[in-house]
Design a protein around this ligand. Structure first.
Ligand code: ATP
Ligand code: LTN
Length: 339
């Protein structure tokens, strides 16, 4: 059996993260952790969505540098570049090409309902550009190009996935089976990691207060301190209770990193105070970050290896995505290029 046939038999996973800030534990627990654990059962494509990132102003030099940091971090977190395809969205022209076509099959009313657009418009009120509005269409293109079966993301992306399914279904109905209709995969415990400073809002890499998140590249003492200073309530006991969102969030982080069930974590701290729990969680976080940072440093310094991963990923993604674009162009009635 050829190599290509073998991979084509596995169901396909596609996911991506915007290189618009530092990768942090929210990304790990919401997305990367599932990527790592699913990569051997699925044919996986993991992107850096730099085209999505420019919907918010980026410093060009930093964006470029961050793309290399991200590739190294994907690998340091356990993505095996021999097994999975890691690529940069802007290296693959099909994303913009399919996004344009899908623009014509998506309604303004649908985009108007997207909560991420509403949130980001508030945050970036001086730059509410058209790309921010049509962002979910580019995301739909990312996914549908590769005929993905499963898309592992955090809970905040569920609405975008539903829209992707809607667009795929609409196109299939008009032109016959063209796209696989994908399913979201939202991890049970890390679906929505909250800010350490305001546990009612999502932990976000673009939060101006770096104390609100733990970057995968944080200095280890700094990471310990962020946990110690995380906002919690004034009660004395450790219990899992959604009405105590600060503590519940820390317990979920503990559970997400160690895999220990929530009930066991809670019973371990019965009769003990917050201080002990936070100190131990600080150590759990540091023990988790240390090997990632060590691996990251080694890979990040080897530009040749990094470029090899990026180039191989681009070649594979270009080849696969072209098939879908050709099919779509034919179906909508575009004249094939004269060769
Ligand atoms: P922003 O910079 O606006 O915060 P973002 O972090 O929401 O952007 P991405 O960086 O592209 O957006 O998110 C990448 C992946 O990480 C997505 O699957 C998203 O659902 C997941 N993710 C992001 N933040 C969290 C979080 N706090 N908890 C769980 N998953 C998250
Ligand atoms: N929209 C996502 C990032 C993203 C993505 C994708 C995720 C862009 N394209 C394709 C999964 C699959 C976000 O803002 N977190």
């Amino acid at each position: 059996m050829t190599e290509e046939k073998k991979t084509e038999q596995k169901p396909i996973i596609l996911s991506g993260i915007q290189p618009s800030g530092e990768l942090m534990i929210g990304h790990y627990l919401g997305a990367l952790k599932s990527w790592v654990s699913l990569q051997y059962e699925y044919d996986c494509l993991f992107m850096l969505v730099d085209m999505h990132a420019i919907t918010v102003r980026q410093n060009p030099a930093e964006l470029r540098k961050r793309c290399y940091d991200f590739v190294a971090l994907y690998v340091a977190c356990g993505i095996d570049p021999e097994e999975s395809t890691i690529f940069i969205q802007s290296h693959v022209p099909s994303h913009a090409e399919l996004a344009w076509v899908l623009n014509c099959y998506t309604y303004m009313g649908e985009l108007n309902r997207m909560t991420q657009f509403k949130d980001k418009s508030k945050k970036h009120h001086t730059n509410i550009n058209a790309g921010l509005f049509t962002y979910p269409i580019l995301m739909a293109a990312d996914i549908l190009l590769y005929q993905a079966d499963l898309v592992p993301v955090g809970a905040d992306q569920k609405q975008h996935l539903e829209l992707t399914r809607e667009i795929a279904g609409r196109f299939n109905e008009a032109y016959g089976e063209t796209f696989k209709v994908p399913e979201p995969y939202i991890p049970p415990s890390g679906a929505r990691i909250m800010s350490l400073q305001d546990p009612t809002s999502k932990m976000s890499k673009s939060d101006p207060n770096p104390k609100s998140y733990i970057s995968l590249l944080d200095n280890l003492d700094e990471a310990r301190n962020k946990i110690k200073r995380a906002v919690t309530d004034s009660e004395a006991t450790v219990a899992y209770d959604e009405s105590r969102p600060g503590l519940a969030n820390l317990i979920r982080i503990y559970n997400g990193i160690t895999g220990e069930p929530i009930e066991e974590i809670v019973s371990k701290y019965e009769g003990k105070g917050y201080a002990e729990f936070k100190t131990d969680l600080g150590e759990v976080v540091v023990d988790f970050l240390r090997p990632i940072q060590e691996k990251y440093k080694a890979i990040r310094e080897d530009k040749k290896v990094l470029e090899g991963i990026i180039q191989k990923g681009a070649e594979e993604a270009i080849k696969r995505s072209r098939r879908t674009v050709s099919k779509v162009y034919k179906k909508v009635g575009f004249v094939p290029p004269i060769r």
